[in-house]
Design a protein around this ligand. Structure first.
Ligand SMILES: NC(=O)c1ccc[n+]([C@@H]2O[C@H](COP(=O)([O-])OP(=O)(O)OC[C@H]3O[C@@H](n4cnc5c(N)ncnc54)[C@H](O)[C@@H]3O)[C@@H](O)[C@H]2O)c1
Ligand SMILES: [Zn+2]
Length: 405
């Protein structure tokens, strides 16, 4: 038996935010980040719509990017005092993920952060509040997923909370919120979404339900992402839906080692100034991982289907895999994303000499490889890498070498 869980309602397209008027309850708390939602007038709009629904409204503002355990505890405290029956989280992955964790702590004040992190171990929610997520970035799809990523800064580690209990009740995917998204973020989060779609499709936990979502989303992303990057607002709106479809796929089919490697390289070179942004890491590693996984016959066939759906030609699966890799690299070039860690420079743009020195990379390589293998996303990858293979794969991602093993 497999489970497939999505929000009860998903409002999308122009004017979708107005769905807030239809929520039924007495009190709503709106959780937001640093200010982009306030500046764009979206926070006020949300408050007005919720008041129109007859609710008393309070806010929790200032949730930082990559939210901390402390922020989660502070927000939960505010919820315990205000006692909302709706939690409305609005913004990128950071405020929505933080609000999901606050929700758990609000429902179960005695629960510790460690207990929250037990995979599929969250007790039953919705005894106090329901959850509505309004996304303002086009990549994480946390508005529809069973995941939340919280950082314990005392340990320097990002912890995933994973349970269908935290899949939101209502998701709002309104294109107006992403019109002002900075170009670089369009590129990174867009390639993150592409990685979600492709990894979900070849994941060992795939099923017919997730396949349909994954294939359509990768086709759309291939069609519209570069245009969205270049400022086409119709493409930007389509991309907002496409990333959400990819999220629906991976929330139920899980991911693979592109994400394992991105998780474990993201902060490991921070002492050299290289915070390797999640989407950018995925964009660099995805072509390498496709070449590695394609040695598995089932995965190769599946990548061939990805190419077919994306309109990428090839006389056989080998050609299709090669052309799929070439297309992904072309997308990186068109959006100014580097191909490898060695050339990962300032603002994550390609540069001749990147942040991470070769000797530092080689010294840390065994540990990174070990951690990547142990990452939660490795289990559903179609090919299980050995320590030696993971080290070789990471080297290919550092030097931009072809994967021939
Ligand atoms: N829950 C999941 O399934 C999942 C999946 C992948 C990543 N994540 C997590 O999500 C977080 C990243 O989320 P994100 O990429 O959405 O970014 P984010 O929420 O961290 O926001 C990044 C920056 O963009 C700004 N911003 C957001 N929307 C904007 C808009 N429309 N216009 C202008 N500026 C805007 C924010 O103010 C912030 O400064 C990380 O913590 C990551 O670990 C979660
Ligand atoms: Zn991702």
């Amino acid at each position: 038996m497999q489970r497939f869980t999505l929000p009860r309602d998903l409002y999308h397209g122009e004017g979708a935010m107005e769905a807030l008027k239809t929520l039924k309850g007495k009190k709503a708390i709106v959780c937001v980040g640093g200010g982009s939602m306030k500046r764009g007038g979206f926070l006020q709009k949300a408050i007005d719509y919720l008041k129109e629904a007859g609710m008393e409204v309070d806010t929790f503002e200032g949730i930082e990017p990559d939210p901390s355990v402390e922020t989660v505890m502070k927000g939960a405290q505010k919820m315990l005092e205000f006692e909302p029956d709706w939690i409305v989280a609005m913004g990128g992955g950071s405020p929505i993920d933080a609000a999901k964790a606050m929700w758990i702590k609000y429902e179960y004040p005695e629960i510790t952060f460690e207990e929250m992190c037990k995979v599929f171990g969250i007790p039953e929610l919705r005894k106090k509040a329901h959850f509505c997520a309004i996304t303002s970035t086009s990549g994480t799809a946390t508005e529809v997923t069973a995941f939340s990523i919280i950082t314990d800064y005392s340990k320097g580690i990002k912890y995933p909370i994973a349970d269908f209990e935290i899949t939101p009740d209502v998701a709002i995917v309104d294109p107006a919120l992403v019109e002002g998204l900075p170009k670089k973020q369009v590129a990174h989060t867009g390639m993150d979404a592409m990685t979600h779609a492709i990894e979900a499709y070849v994941s060992t936990a795939n099923c017919e339900y997730t396949d349909a979502l994954a294939l359509h989303s990768m086709k759309l992303i291939n069609q519209v992402l570069v245009d969205s990057y270049n400022g086409d607002m119709n493409a930007r709106a389509k991309m907002h839906d496409a990333q959400c479809l990819a999220g629906q796929a991976f929330s139920n089919a899980l991911l693979g080692i592109v994400h394992s490697m991105a998780h474990k390289t993201g902060a490991i070179f921070a002492d050299y100034g290289a915070h390797i942004i999640h989407g950018s890491a995925n964009a660099m590693y995805l072509p390498k991982v496709i070449a590695f996984n394609a040695k598995d016959p089932v995965a190769k066939k599946r990548y061939g289907v990805c190419a077919d759906y994306m309109g990428i030609p090839g006389a056989n699966d080998d050609e299709k895999v090669a052309n799929l890799i070439a297309r992904l690299r072309e997308m990186n070039d068109l959006m100014n994303i580097p191909h490898c860690i060695q050339h990962y420079g300032k603002d994550s743009y390609p540069t001749e000499v990147g942040f991470v020195p070769e000797e530092v990379f080689l010294e840390r390589l065994p540990e990174i490889a070990k951690n990547a293998i142990a990452d939660a996303c490795t289990g559903s990858n179609p090919r299980q890498p050995s320590q030696e293979e993971m080290e070789k794969l990471l080297k290919c991602c550092y030097y931009d070498l072809d994967v021939d093993f």
